[in-house]
Unconditional design. Structure first.
Length: 255
């Protein structure tokens, strides 16, 4: 009986070892593939477009792990010299929560959802999604001024009541496709610049703003790739995982 148990244990260990080795082999394959894909994007030989929904969860996990690791490495490489150059401005960082629980809620749940809705949702054209997007954006205007927010909300709801394709002379989907590259870079830049409010912007020279948000620009670029290729929920997931790691590091090793 003991011999059978030992044999079964050995088989389980071998099976786990094989699965681990296979996962590692696939991961290396995916890293090579994604590296060539990113290189092709910059060289103009590859196009950023949605993948056919034939990928499985294992492939998705490996790709998300790759982009998460790449994001962390690039941010680390960039952040060290930036912090050395602009330490006095980085020291004005403001925590988004008073307690650890609040910090985790805002950073890992609320921020990824809201920021992905604002800056990644419009990267793929779908009329119903964009209608919801403009209504959500109009709600944020209430934070600035209630009258502006009310006007924006009324306008968004009015626009949402009819079909854009039949109402407008030209199909908006055509223009979205035509200017998709510009839309991508504008939203990625806006996503980065918004994070200047993590600090005290009035104490920071205007020309320093772009340098301080380079890490967020890199993250926004990678989130955008995942959003377009796999979907909005996965860019939210990647965003949440990155924030969780960064917040955990901040909790474990407070500055």
């Amino acid at each position: 009986m003991r011999l059978k148990r030992n044999n079964q244990t050995n088989l389980n260990v071998k099976a786990l070892s094989f699965e681990g080795a296979f996962f590692y082999y696939c991961l290396m394959n995916n890293i090579t593939h994604e590296y060539h894909f990113l290189r092709g994007l910059f060289e103009g030989t590859k196009k950023l477009k949605p993948l056919k929904p034939s990928w499985n969860s294992s492939y998705l996990l490996r790709v998300l792990l790759f982009y998460l690791a790449l994001d962390l490495v690039l941010n680390l490489i960039v952040a060290i010299p930036l912090f050395a150059l602009f330490e006095e401005y980085f020291d004005t960082y403001q925590d988004i929560g008073e307690s650890t629980l609040e910090l985790l809620f805002y950073g890992v749940i609320l921020a990824p959802i809201l920021e992905e809705l604002m800056f990644r949702m419009p990267l793929k054209y779908r009329e119903s999604h964009l209608k919801v997007y403009f209504i959500v954006i109009s709600l944020f205007f209430f934070a600035a001024h209630w009258s502006i927010g009310l006007l924006a909300l009324a306008t968004s709801i009015t626009l949402a009541t009819f079909s854009w394709k039949t109402k407008f002379k030209h199909d908006l989907a055509h223009y979205h496709k035509k200017y998709s590259r510009e839309i991508f870079w504008v939203l990625t830049s806006l996503f980065a610049l918004v994070h200047i409010f993590n600090y005290t912007p009035e104490t920071i020279p205007f020309w320093v703003y772009p340098f301080m948000v380079i890490p967020q620009f890199i993250s926004g670029f990678l989130f955008g790739i995942v959003r377009i290729r796999f979907g909005l929920r996965y860019s939210m997931l990647l965003h949440a995982c990155l924030n969780l790691i960064l917040i955990s590091m901040e909790i474990i090793w407070p500055s």
